[in-house]
Design a protein around this ligand. Structure first.
Ligand SMILES: CSC[C@@H](O)[C@@H](O)C(=O)COP(=O)(O)O
Length: 459
């Protein structure tokens, strides 16, 4: 098999529009339909730019460019925006999804807000960005990063930590009327800038509750801005620091995924040797390049193993109700040149019973200290089946997905999503239960693969 990773589009990146300042640049988002084939600046396909080249002066307008994954596989289209609210909206509506990708998106949203403030623009909420956060239910209850307060979270303290010259949080952050004087004041007052950026960061971090990567990355962004201000930087310089951080997060994520791939391939090698043939691998949801900055976590393992000839075929669960497996994983693998067979979620048992699955590799959205791992709903069922049929079950995720503040999986907040994802037209008298994730106990996981190595929680 020859891999074609160059056919994979970059999920999310940032760019500058040369020759325009933020104040001059239009605020509207543009959605571009990608050409069938196009060279990307650094591997993979990139969207056509909304204008200009990548050379940038101070305060040239940054844009966040994201694949609109709601439109796949029918159409490869990008959202390009300089509005942090649209990035939050994209996270909530799954235009951009997957734990590492929404982490990058979160940091990028804070970066766009910083540029908006630094240019003296209003920070009034728009669209549904202030819409109430997704509900949580059951034992895995805490939802917001602030409420959760763990080591890798955006803590309340971080939100409230002000530069020494700043006033209180309330006197600044809540002055958010469109076009008011406080908006332009934030461009010249580090204290006001910090307070209002903190206010935005909180909204961004709460866009989705389960994947810890979101609040982790937002926390890094906020910390970067506050540190810059403490060091005496202007709001404009702090915004520039956030642009650099977003680029760094994207590069870090790809590097982590490639390391995860190498570590995971080392786990699959002995299985292929024992079988005397390449492996059939089952995966659930999309933990591929589309779910990350590039390359993928679970599919990163597949890509690295495929390079070595260890992979015969990937079976992709369709992953009801949103269909990330059918719409995204199958599309991505086919595009990358990996043989793929799409199955319905209820077919995995039958395949395993026939001995047609050699290993399961999935991603994760949050991993508790004891190794319990939250991943897309349905993963737990696959893990139970794998244990029953003696198939090794591997979890692949970056270190940023580990949350030491959750002792076990019961501490992980589980997002409840809209009933319409399950039942597009309501039926009177019918309630819908739609948790987006479930938790696989560590006892069912053969190994957790991160960029740092392989972790066997049981041992
Ligand atoms: C690489 S993220 C882990 C995935 O396996 C999966 O759970 C996932 O893609 C997240 O779900 P989503 O709701 O699509 O954002």
């Amino acid at each position: 098999m020859s891999l074609h990773l160059e056919n994979l589009p970059r999920t999310i990146y940032v760019e500058r529009v040369a020759g325009e300042t933020l104040a001059e640049h239009g605020r509207e988002a543009c959605a571009d339909t990608a050409p069938a084939e196009r060279e990307a600046p650094v591997g993979g396909l990139a969207a056509p730019s909304c204008g200009g080249s990548a050379s940038a002066n101070l305060l040239a307008a940054p844009r966040v460019v994201m694949i609109d994954q709601r439109r796949l596989p029918g159409e490869l289209a990008w959202i390009s925006t300089d509005d942090w609210r649209q990035v939050v909206d994209a996270v909530k509506t799954l235009a951009v999804r997957g734990a590492p990708a929404i982490g990058v998106a979160g940091a990028a949203a804070v970066m766009l807000a910083a540029f908006e403030l630094a240019a003296g623009r209003s920070l009034a909420p728009a669209g549904n960005c202030d819409a109430s956060r997704p509900a949580a239910e059951g034992r895995n209850t805490p939802v917001s990063a602030e409420e959760h307060g763990g080591a890798t979270q955006v803590t309340a303290e971080k939100y409230d930590e002000l530069p020494s010259s700043a006033g209180t949080r309330d006197d600044a952050a809540h002055q958010v009327a469109p076009g008011d004087e406080a908006s332009s004041a934030a461009s010249s007052s580090p204290a006001l800038f910090a307070a209002r950026l903190r206010h935005v960061a909180r909204q961004v971090a709460e866009a989705r509750p389960t994947a810890v990567n979101l609040s982790w990355a937002v926390g890094r962004a906020l910390e970067t801005a506050l540190e810059a201000l403490k060091a005496g930087d202007t709001p404009q310089q702090a915004a520039e620091a956030l642009y650099k951080l977003t680029e760094a997060l994207i590069a870090e994520d790809e590097a982590a995924n490639r390391a995860i791939g190498a570590n995971g391939a080392a786990l699959l090698r002995p299985l292929a040797q024992a079988k005397g043939a390449s492996l059939n691998i089952l995966t659930h949801c999309n933990a591929g390049s589309l779910a990350t900055a590039f390359y993928g976590t679970a599919l990163g393992v597949v890509y690295a193993a495929a390079e070595e000839g260890l992979v015969a075929r990937v079976y992709a669960d369709e992953t009801r109700p949103v269909g990330q497996g059918a719409r995204l994983t199958a599309w991505e693998l086919a595009r990358a040149g990996v043989p793929v067979t799409l199955i319905c979620d209820n077919m995995a048992a039958s395949l395993m019973a026939q001995g047609r699955i050699d290993a399961v590799v999935v991603g994760a959205d949050r991993i508790a200290a004891n190794g319990d791992a939250a991943n897309k709903i349905g993963t737990l069922g696959v893990a139970v089946l794998a244990r029953h049929f003696g198939v090794p079950f591997f979890v692949a995720a970056p270190e940023s997905t580990r949350d030491g503040s959750c002792a076990t999986g019961t501490d992980i907040p589980i997002e409840q999503r809209s009933a319409t994802e399950v039942l597009p037209s309501p039926i009177e008298g019918v309630e819908v239960f739609n948790p987006a994730f479930d938790v696989t106990p560590a006892a069912l996981i053969a190994a957790i693969v991160t960029e740092k190595g392989v972790w066997k929680p049981e041992h």
